[in-house]
Structures are given as structure tokens and as C-alpha cells.
Design a protein around this ligand. Sequence first.
Ligand SMILES: *Cc1c(COP(=O)(O)O)cnc(C)c1O
Length: 458
Amino acid sequence: MPYRTIIEPFRIHSTQAINLPTREDRDKALGRAGFNLFGLHADEVIIDLLTDSGTGAMSAKQWAGMMVGDESYAGSRSFYRFLDVVQGITGLPEIIPTHQGRAAERILFSVMVKAGDVVPNNTHFDTTRANVEYQGAEARDLVITEGKDPSADHPFKGNMDIEALERTITEVGVERIPLVMVTVTNNSGGGQPVSMENLRAVRDLCSHHGIPFYLDACRFAENSWFIKLREPGYEDHTPREIAAEMFSLADGCTMSAKKDGLANIGGFLAMRDPLVAASCRNLLILTEGFPTYGGLAGYDLEAIAQGLEEVLDEEYLRYRIRSTEYLAEKVSAAGVPIVRPAGGHAVYLDAKGFLPHIPASQYPAQALAVELYKDGGVRGVEIGSVMFGTVHADGTETPAAMELVRLAIPRRTYTQSHIDYVGEVVVSVAERAESIGGYRIIEQAPWLRHFTARFEPV
Ligand SMILES: *Cc1c(COP(=O)(O)O)cnc(C)c1O
């Protein structure tokens, strides 16, 4: 067959104007925000790749679903539609809606995790780590070695290191490991997928020790597509079949519907164990709401239910994964170091390789993120020592394993020309990389400091 561009499998039905702030506007905005891109007004950004979370475009069918949302406090029809869809995809019986993923995390860990415990994960996402640590437990990352090396090639760089997991269980003891989690795809480790074989190995080890196994399932559909593309034996399986098999291996999951729910808000907690579910529902009522809405409007539940159906569509997933790879190819061709291969939802620029003259103590990934904004109004996010460095009591810091800038692609939002523009900005920053300097932190919070810290150039 002749080569054909993989097109966006949708056409645009309503638009939102993009502001085009000048270089001068952008410098002013940076000063006000203390060089923290979270402090920018969205109207000061040209292409916003801060996150793929809740930033996607909904389909006409999702909007139509919102119009028929049932806002009954208890037992709403929209809840039962949501329940049917989530049970249908996951096969998990207990489904608890939450207002987003971290609420599911907080509730699950409040019920299952206590001080002194250790929770293994391939790589904890920032809110997941913070919620584990908030319980006084240790969040331990056990991704395979290749997953920590941006340039290493491996089809499933998100895989859990099974031997390291086994050693952890022996060292820590089963009583202090309340659950094992695996994040699909591995967001903080480059959006890399986890193979079915690896999930099965985690399942077997957990079963052997009687430890519950939960998925952080935010990007379960993207992970399913990678399994179809890369894992022998799955070529002819549908994404839905692959997702069903992934969930069949788990005792439960946390989910942010702002990712593969294709919704702007929402999430859920799901599990097999009715006793754990009952404790979670008791907490849910305290902060989220009644168990048939969990902090969401009935129309949100409709949008999520419809989004979960659409996200497993093969044409959508083919376009989605290809459009991310397209940006990766563009910047790689210009010699810019990135995490290879491209992740599902984002391209991760390797700031250590990009700016080798900036030491980790001066936050090279932060410097790169600021520069992309200055140059072209492109907002990415630092995933390096600002987000994951360990601050010690004496003020010294242990840097993160990797210094990355994530360019996350909102779902169904930008076109190929927007992505071409982003590639041009990255390449223009790369051409003057040696002239870019580092940053120091002048203000920070005790948790999740990356959201609010203020910086100044060194
Ligand atoms: C986004 C995300 C979360 C948290 O979900 P929110 O909806 O942002 O609260 C947890 N884990 C992973 C892997 C995520 O990407």
C-alpha cells in the first residue's frame, strides 16, 4: 500500500481561539510567575502541553450525553450507565466514582496503607507518591533498569523489575507491603508501556505472597494499544480485549478519567474486595459525596461513560499514538535527546543530554521548560529534580534519577500544524543550548513543591 498520512479521525466542530502573546509579554509573565510555568495564565501560553489531564476535546456524543445527565442525588441513571461501562471494560465489580484520580488514591491509601509500610510501583506518579507518603509510608519505585535510561531501547520500558520486587518483599516483609501498584502507561517514567507478560509476573508474585495488586490505570487504553503493537501474540486482539485481560490480572485500580476517560474531570476507584470497597465508600461520603456520584455531576458521569467507550476505538488509538511519535521523530531528527521510544501521551525531552553544562542542583529540566516558553510560548512541564528531588533536613537535595521536560499532548485538541510548530520551537532552543543557564529555588512548599515554587536564574 502507498504511504498515507495517519489523519486525525475526526473533524473540528467548534473552535477556541489561541492567544498569541509576544516575546515581551512572555518575559513579563515569567517574571510574575517566578519562572514557574504553573503560575502562568493559560492565555499567556500559545501551545499548552503542560498536561494531557482533563485538557482534551470531548466528542459531540459526549456533549450530547451531558444534556441527558441525571442529577439525582442518589441512584442517578447516569451513575448506572457509568457503572455498566466501567464494569464492562474492567470486569471489576466494585466501582466508586471520585472527582479525579488523586481522590481515588487518597481514599484507597487511607484504607489500605499505614505508617511504616512500603508501596512498590514501577514509578509513582507525583500525586500517588505524595498520597503514599502522606500516610507515613514509603513509595518505592522499581521500574526495570532500561526504564531509567532515556536512550536505552526496550519495547516495554515501563515494566516492573520483578527481581527487585521479589527482593523488596523479602527485605520488607509481606506484612508491611499493603499493595503493589503498576502504573500503565508509566507516566513519570516517560509514558512507557508495561507488557502483559510483566503484569502477569507481578500478579503471580503478588498471589504467591497474598499481596493485593492494583493498577494505576490512567492510560489503560494507550497501554493496550502498545501491547497490540509490540507484544507477540496480541496483534489480532482488540484494545478492549487487551484492556480486559490487563484488568483481569489486578485486584483493583485507581483511575483518572481526565486521561483515558476522555473527560475534563472525574475518576474512579475499582476493586474486587467488597470489604475494602465498603471502607472506601465510608471515606468517600466524608469528602467526595454519596457513592452514586462521588463528587461528580451526573453529566460528568455521562461524559466519562461515553469517553471510555471512544478511547478504545482502534482508529482513535492509532492516531493518538502516531501523533505523539510524529513529534518525537521531528525533534529526534534534529538531534534533540529524548526518552526513546516516544511515550503514549507525551514526548519527554532529556534535559541532562540537552543541557549537560547545567548541574542537577540548578534544575536543567526547569531551565529547558522555561526556555521553550520564552522561545515560542510552548508550555511543557518539568519532571526532574524540582518534582522528584529529595529535600533533606539540612537543606541539601538528592536529585531525581532523570531530568525530563514532558510535552504532553492533549487528546483530540491540536492539529498536525500545531505539532509542527512545537517541533520548530524545540529545535530553535536546541540550536542555542549552550547559552542557557540554570535556576535556583527561592520559595517552596513542603509537598508537591513544583506546583508553587518560585525560581530565579543563577
Ligand atoms: C494524572 C495521574 C494521576 C492523578 O490523577 P488526577 O486526576 O490528576 O488527580 C495518578 N496517576 C497517574 C499515572 C496520572 O497520570
